[in-house]
Design a protein around this ligand. Structure first.
Ligand code: PMV
Length: 313
């Protein structure tokens, strides 16, 4: 048997957000979410025969996982070993191809990559094993909810137990305006728990579901302005939940607000601009049509930006 396997998986950015769970243990979401897969932002995982534990994977940006992060990651590997009857002890090595201190969440790509690496290992040990991407995504979801969307590209829809590809226009280019690096004070697991204490959580599921409907229609009909308005409302909806939770928390800072104001004025001036969204962090994510890339230099001038022109050079 080979001594190691390697796999990688991309990150994804949600335009309709997964925020709130109906079942915490299985990461079952309160509402459906829609994401764009970020092919250029990936986690690489290598499993090698050796003492059980986690180590950084050399050759990429060095990643340091917290004690809690390691425990969660290794617990997911143990779950996969059980599900696919993987035998033996393995060292799990992982790293991202994007800077780990840039404030970008890497849990989606990390857990998807670990699931894919464990699957590759399971197939080495049991060549007859065949597990569809949908079932692998379901298992991955148990480790990190949003990771189940990273199994489908370029668009993924996740509702309840099921994540699947969805046919919407692309490719789109992606960029992140970095407003602050560093660790977040409130983890996404804690955010999922806390948002249900907000008075605004009443009606949240219906709002997200209605927006999902409207956004998929707008994207299909190439109504880019409507798509922008819906994405904009959606991330503010999520951040309003954060700010109105008990106790309240938040991720936006002065830099974030300045970037958002600038992007909105671009839309007001030109009647066009990027789709704008935010995760549970201070950074601002942009999705652009291919024909907008040339203009993006002006839009982003002077800002600290991580560009990943996914599919579009
Ligand atoms: O997969 P988790 O538990 O890290 O949740 C991520 C939730 C958001 O990133 C804030 C939104 C989303 O849908 O990805």
């Amino acid at each position: 048997m080979a001594l190691h396997v390697e796999a990688s998986a991309p990150s994804n950015i949600a335009l309709i957000k997964y925020m709130g769970k109906t079942k915490t243990a299985s990461n079952t979401p309160a509402n459906a979410s829609l994401s764009y897969t970020l092919e250029h932002l990936r986690t690489f995982v290598r499993l090698e025969r050796g003492p059980a534990g986690w180590q950084p994977l050399e050759g990429y940006d060095v990643l340091q996982l917290s004690e809690h992060g390691r425990t969660k990651f290794l617990a997911h590997f143990a779950r996969l070993k059980g599900a696919w009857k993987i035998e033996g002890e393995f060292t799990v090595r992982s790293a991202n191809n994007f800077p780990s201190d840039c404030g970008l969440a890497s849990s989606a790509s990390s857990f998807a990559a670990l699931t894919e690496a464990a699957y590759a290992l399971a197939r080495k040990q049991h060549p007859e094993l065949e597990v569809s991407a949908a079932v692998r995504a379901r298992l991955s979801r148990l480790g990190s909810g949003s990771s189940c969307r990273s199994f489908f590209t370029p668009w993924a829809l996740w509702r309840g137990e099921t994540a699947e590809p969805v046919n919407l226009p692309g490719p789109l280019a992606h960029a992140v305006v970095l407003c602050e690096a560093g660790k977040k004070d409130v983890s996404s697991s804690e955010a999922h728990r806390r948002v249900t204490s907000s008075a605004l959580f009443t009606g949240r599921v219906a709002r997200a579901e209605a927006r999902l409907e409207q956004l998929t229609r707008a994207l299909r009909e190439n109504d880019w302005r409507e798509a922008f308005e819906l994405c904009w409302s959606e991330f503010w909806d999520m951040h309003a939940l954060f700010e109105t939770s008990r106790p309240s928390f938040g991720y936006m800072n002065a830099g974030t607000l300045a970037v958002l104001a600038r992007l909105r004025s671009i839309w007001q001036r030109d009647g066009d601009g990027p789709l704008v969204t935010m995760d549970a962090g201070p950074n601002v994510h942009l999705l652009l049509r291919e024909d907008q890339i040339a203009r993006a230099a002006e839009w982003l001038d002077g800002l600290s930006v991580l560009k990943s022109w996914g599919g579009a050079k």
